[in-house]
Ligand binder design. Structure first.
Ligand code: SAM
Length: 339
């Protein structure tokens, strides 16, 4: 590989400016060699038109492309008529592959890393390779582009000034509930810790999760029991695709809408706006006080449907996507705490 003194893009910037300078204009320069290093290239999350000019240019000019799934990336490369050697780099081989790729880059190769969709290393492989590259003094270049969390946030209508991206929640219902309960406590504490001049701040930061369609209803049910039915949520589905959809409202309302559907499909980002902490004293309110207890929910289901406890437990378990025995144990724990 020919030596290149400047990182990708610098030599292509007409006019003044450093890489990323807003005053520079960009044009592809396929004949200019890329600087050796690791290029983290974002790819579309649905709409192929969302690939950037720079991403195409870099993918054309690197020596090799490391892919989460080579077959998936090949479709993208075919679409943009990019002929390039690919190599797999996924969660099961990232560590061993990193060693090999770093040797290549130390020998002056330019390597791109792409995931199946969106920005590498965001709920996707890449972080390990990046850390190893930095440790080996290999330059790392972000080539930014599509990302589902940010796309959902900006169109959600929820506060975007401060947010927290939390990736996927645990799949198992018990662990998911515990995680959400801990988040509720943290959200309360954060709201208390950053009072504005007029008193405690009005909203906590928006929380963003990735969620699988088959777990969405159970997660919404958990959110409702942790934060209450009035929690503001947004479900962003199939972003940038033909069936793109935003469901905005209270958790109870959005859940009702989704329950009325035959099936929930597609890729989903779930956003929530934890309610403002209303206590004005310095004492943190225990998040448990804002949760609806299992016993209360069972009592409500029983009275609404005129059924016995066993049947109510069965219905609640189905609604929450949890096992009856798991829920029964939690009920017993609640009752033991009351005694
Ligand atoms: N690295 C990707 C990014 O930058 O967004 C995320 C990869 S993660 C393995 C895949 C998850 O992202 C999906 O399960 C879904 O929660 C979310 N996601 C990806 N594409 C999406 C889309 N078009 N619409 C909504 N959510 C999407």
């Amino acid at each position: 590989m020919a030596d290149a003194k400047e990182p990708a893009g610098v030599s292509n910037l007409a006019g003044a400016g450093a890489p990323g300078s807003v005053s520079g204009t960009w044009e592809p320069a396929p004949s200019t060699p890329l600087a050796p290093g690791l290029y983290l290239v974002a790819t579309p999350i649905g709409n192929l038109g969302d690939i950037t000019l720079r991403a195409i240019d870099v993918l054309r000019r690197v020596d090799r492309i490391a892919c989460e799934d080579t077959r998936q990336t090949q479709k993208l490369l075919n679409h943009f008529q990019i002929e390039k050697k690919t190599v797999s780099c996924h969660e099961h081989n990232e560590r061993s592959r990193a060693t090999e790729l770093i040797q290549n880059m130390k020998a002056r190769s330019a390597i791109a890393l792409v995931s199946d969709a969106g920005t590498p290393a965001i709920s996707d492989p890449g972080s390990w390779l990046v850390r190893e590259a930095i440790a080996a003094s290999v330059p790392v270049f972000p080539i930014p582009g599509a990302n589902a969390a940010i796309s959902a946030l900006i169109a959600s209508g929820l506060p975007a000034e401060e947010f927290e991206f939390l990736g996927f929640l645990p799949e198992k219902s018990g662990a998911r509930r515990t995680r959400l309960e801990n988040l509720a406590k943290l959200a309360n504490l954060a709201a208390l810790a950053a009072p504005s001049q007029a008193g405690p701040r009005k909203t906590a930061r928006t929380l963003i999760f990735y969620e699988a369609p088959h777990r969405l209803l159970a997660t919404l049910a958990d959110l409702e029991s942790v934060w209450g039915p009035a929690l503001r949520v947004v479900v962003a589905r199939e972003l940038t695709k033909i069936h793109e959809e935003f469901l905005r409202g209270t958790v109870a309302g959005v859940r009702r809408e989704l329950l009325s559907r035959d099936r929930i499909r597609g890729e989903i980002v779930l956003l929530i706006e934890p309610p403002a902490q209303t206590v004005s004293s310095g004492a943190a309110q225990d998040a448990a006080t804002t949760q609806e207890k299992i016993a209360d929910r069972i009592a409500r289901i029983r009275s609404e449907n005129n059924i016995d406890e066993k049947e109510a437990l069965k219905r609640l378990a189905r609604e929450l996507g949890r096992s009856k025995s798991d829920l029964y144990r939690e009920l017993q724990r609640e009752r033991a705490r009351k005694r």
